[in-house]
Design a binder for this molecule. Sequence first.
Ligand code: SF4
Ligand code: SF4
Length: 387
Amino acid sequence: MDIGDEAVMDRHGFDLLLDLLRRRGLRTIGPVVRDGAIMHGEVSSTADLPEGWHDHTSPGNYRLTNDEGPELFGWAVGPESWKSEFFLPTETVWRATVDNGEVTLSDVKDEPSPVAIVGARPCEIAALGVLDRVLRNGAVPDDCYVARRDGAFVVVVECGSPSGTCFCTSMGTGPAASTGYDLALTELTGPGELEHEFYVRIGSLAGAEVMALVPNRPADDVLRSRRQAVVDRATERMGRTLDTDGLPGLLARNLEHPRWADVAERCLSCGNCTLVCPTCFCSDVKDTTDVNGTVERRRHWASCFDLDHSYLHGGAVRPTTSSRYRQWMTHKLSTWWNQFDESGCVGCGRCVAWCPVGIDITEEAAAIRATDGASLMDTIAQARNES
Ligand code: SF4
Ligand code: SF4
């Protein structure tokens, strides 16, 4: 088998694939049902996958149901993104001991065991591409991220069941996978006597090597059209849209738009949106000391919604909720383009579903587009006219 080859395997083949990856020393991490959500966990066989489970999302809502159907990937995304596998929520950066005035640094770098991520969605692979650009290929690569990311084997599963908050089609990141994977699977199910199978596209030599050991049959036109039907149906069922036409410029010229004050009335500044976002990569460090003379620096995820995040010699640069929400949204959809020549949003919809008050980035962008050019002065003038 070779890069670009396409084949079909059944569920037993999928089990063998997982087994082969594990025999190669990879931790196979994939979707599991935990705490009422699709989370990440150890997946040693397809029995561990969320068979029959479906997610239902809307602004501020996430719910799982099970219809006992055969689908293993009949859901969109859970609250965890693959960012947490490579860029840990918290980790020790360095540790030192002080003894009689002597400072001794100890090695805190663990040797991460290589991982196979199984069941990542195309939008999540796009998000990893965004993180790679910053943390792996940027001017100062992040050693911890690179060590985990470099040996990773990626099995993407194309989306057949987008949820109500998904808008990857608007962002050009899904529901089909186009790059960034070793193997791309599409789950083919019914109706009727049609077999439950997985359409496989090979994206790397490592993927070809392992697939050569999995029983499969070559793809034909019938199977190709079944795969395409899955992707087309997912495109039609996308829960949301975001009009990206001229969006970076639209937001850049509306920094004083009254909508920022409106969203601040609802936003709790809780930072949930940044934690669930697969592309947010801000971090902070905290130093601790103990009475035994051990000093430790830990890095942890940070959020631009924290007041301290923009603290500069004497005060926070973004003291209001409106300025912090504006920073977050304009960075994702506008200034990220200036920095990285791509969007900081991949359309996964997590920030919409997991915002406790249901603030919807697509709705906020649409509201600003609908009143492009409005400013606080306009609003004040309008209020004066009305009074
Ligand atoms: S901004 Fe929201 S929709 Fe976009 S990638 Fe982040 S969490 Fe997903
Ligand atoms: S937009 Fe929602 S999730 Fe984000 S900080 Fe505000 S309330 Fe929290």
